[in-house]
Design a protein around this ligand. Sequence first.
Ligand code: 2P0
Length: 331
Amino acid sequence: MEKTVEARAHANVALVKYFGKRDLALNLPAAPSVSITLSPLNTVTRMSFTDNDSDEIWLGDTLADSKFSTRISNYLYIFRELSGEHRGVRISTQNNFPTAAGLASSASGFAALAKGAARLFGLNLSEAEMSALARRGSGSAARSICDGFVVWHRGEKADGSDSFAQSIAPANHWDVRVLVGVTTTGPKDIGSTFAMERTRLLSPYYQPWIQTTHVNAAEAVDAIEQKDIEKLGEITEYSALAMHGAMMATEPPIVFLKGTTLDVFHLTRQLRKEGIGAYFTCDAGPQPKVLCEAKDVMTVEQRLREFPGILDVIHCSVATGATAHFIDHES
Ligand code: 2P0
């Protein structure tokens, strides 16, 4: 019986967003980004070698379609080259949250896959090397490798070896929460990679967006170190709105925000008027996310749950980085 690896990685939410690449093939970002690794949103992936050279990819109980399987097989080629091992791999992967609805499933998915594949293929890698490999699968996956509060460096090198994420502070550094307001569970209309490229090529606000992101990333790191929720929250809102502003200024425009998403942004402003430190963010999808400290979370969650258009609320805490280990039983 082939040995099975079980890998687990959490999703992450960017407070300072990654939105634009300096290299499309290597997923090299045009600017740094800053994130929080989030529990309970995770991907669990089991992997073992097959007795032939074909890969077999399962999404839960369903065999993946050829487009998805090809993306995974192409990605595994990196591990085959590094290890010299060319056997096929059987993979079964499961998210505990909706896929492709702006909840960063590719981040936890590729982080778990990278971590599991490194273990299966017997590669002994540093966390920075691990993060850079996860990045090749999906940019934001670089951050899901790491513990707690995370910065992903832009890097300067053409080969991307200096573009990896690292923890700024561990998960227990500061008890902040992120409440994800679920407005829809269906797949989104356009993918974030496509939206990013179109924004880079067509938005007149792309260069200013990238310039401000450099400054905001450095300030967000300081705010996290100082546990300054007001400073971090203001940067977080600015980054999300500036990213959406840049993409909305393409022709034709890219608009992920729905009415409910924007209404939740105004809810956070109202909460702040009431003295509660709640701050809005949103990724390439319609789900609003609200950042606050643990002391305020019960109030913020209640207000979000009763808000019109919010179907559900996922209450997230700061999580540790990705793990992988061999398990005894058959996958
Ligand atoms: C982020 N997003 O920083 C930003 C904010 C979406 C909006 O990273 O092309 O799936 O695979 O590198 O990582 C989502 O983009 O894109 C993302 P690729 P990815 O979280």
